[in-house]
Ligand binder design. Structure first.
Ligand code: HEM
Length: 332
């Protein structure tokens, strides 16, 4: 096996055809522009490779906690985060191109735009961004080819990572249960402690607490009350061995959202710096469109929202010793 054949370098290294060369209007930076986009698409492909394997594990009727499965999920989510960090920083290289350098070839690529990256939109859908939550619903697939639209629609129809997370949290065996009539249960005790922790101006948070953990309508939310209670329990008692990996998973998903959002904001600022307030090559309002999409497209916001319901560690209800044992390394 030769390096060239293994990596199919003949294909990759011959896949850059600057429009400026074809039109005999030299624009030095077009090569950089093409290679950066290609590098992004390759990393998007790797992100799909990782998330597909994570979805496969999470789709099982029960993730085996007594096997390496959850560790594999956490490990791959953390690899995705590392890739996303690189993707944020990769914009540094593109920003060595000045607006005037860009103008040398910008009109030649119209109406192509990163907006047509179906891999990016498919990734958002696999993570859990639903059509109902998209900004600019009529616009977001309008510039794609029919087979690309189909790929995204298929991803939207499948259970996303966020939905599978909800199912997994709902199945979580050790989180204290909740019954309305059991006023002395863990969750009523926690609610009282939470209420005591609120400042006067925060008193209405209690209604949000009840809504989130006891009452809410599953149709409108990604996390059910049962799943929200399990997630909060993991966050509160994450020091116990059995809850460490579940906590890392929740934390990892918040990190994915944060990195994606960092990318969106950096991309938006770069766009502003590069083209000011002119419209994008894909025909959107440019910076304003990107800002609205960045604000709306947080995928794991309901997990982040749970952090409003934490109380200080020293005020936590202590757990029954039978449960403490089960959450330890030796479940005897
Ligand atoms: C000079 C550099 C760039 C400029 C001026 C630029 C400009 C824009 C603009 C204006 C949009 C909104 C759609 C439109 O009207 O075209 C957009 C969307 C997008 N661009 Fe870029 N872009 C640049 C580089 C990149 C790079 C390197 C990537 C990497 C793949 C990228 C990926 C995307 C994606 C994924 C969207 C859709 C975002 C969303 O819908 O939330 N762009 N870009």
């Amino acid at each position: 096996m030769h390096y060239q054949d293994y990596l199919q370098l003949d294909k990759i290294l011959n896949a850059q055809s600057p429009e400026s060369e074809k039109q005999n209007l030299p624009a030095h930076d077009e090569m950089l522009f093409i290679i950066i986009h290609q590098a992004y698409e390759l990393w998007f492909k790797q992100l799909h490779h990782e998330i597909d394997s994570v979805l496969l594990i999470m789709k099982k009727p029960a993730v085996n906690d007594n096997s390496p499965e959850l560790q594999t999920v956490v490990h791959r989510v953390s690899r995705m985060i590392t890739i996303l960090r690189v993707l944020v920083h990769q914009l540094d290289i593109l920003e060595t191109m000045t607006p005037m350098d860009f103008l040398d070839f910008r009109n030649m690529l119209r109406p192509a735009s990163g907006f047509q990256s179906w891999q990016f939109k498919e990734l958002e859908a696999k993570l859990g961004l639903k059509f109902r939550d998209r900004y600019g619903q009529e616009y977001y697939i309008s510039k794609l080819r029919p087979q690309q639209v189909e790929i995204i629609k298929r991803a939207e129809a499948e259970r996303s990572l966020l939905e599978l997370l909800n199912d997994w949290l709902e199945r979580m065996p050790l989180a204290p249960s909740f019954k309305k009539e059991e006023k002395e249960s863990f969750w009523y005790d926690y609610r009282r402690r939470y209420q005591n922790s609120l400042a006067d101006v925060e008193k209405e948070n209690l209604a949000a607490f009840d809504e989130t953990f006891f009452e809410r309508d599953n149709q409108k939310h990604s996390l059910s009350p049962t799943a929200s209670r399990a997630a909060l329990f993991i966050m509160l008692y994450r020091g116990y061995p059995l809850l460490q990996l579940p906590f890392q998973l929740l934390n990892g998903l918040l990190e994915i959202d944060e990195q994606l959002s960092s990318w969106r904001y950096r991309h938006m600022n770069m766009v502003h710096r590069m083209i000011g307030t002119r419209i994008g090559t894909g025909g959107s309002s440019g910076k304003d469109y990107l800002k609205a999409a960045a604000d709306k497209h947080y995928i794991f916001k309901e997990i982040a929202q749970l952090n409003s319901f934490l109380i200080e560690r020293r005020a936590l209800p202590s757990l029954p010793s039978s449960l403490e044992k089960k959450l330890g390394f030796v479940a005897s």
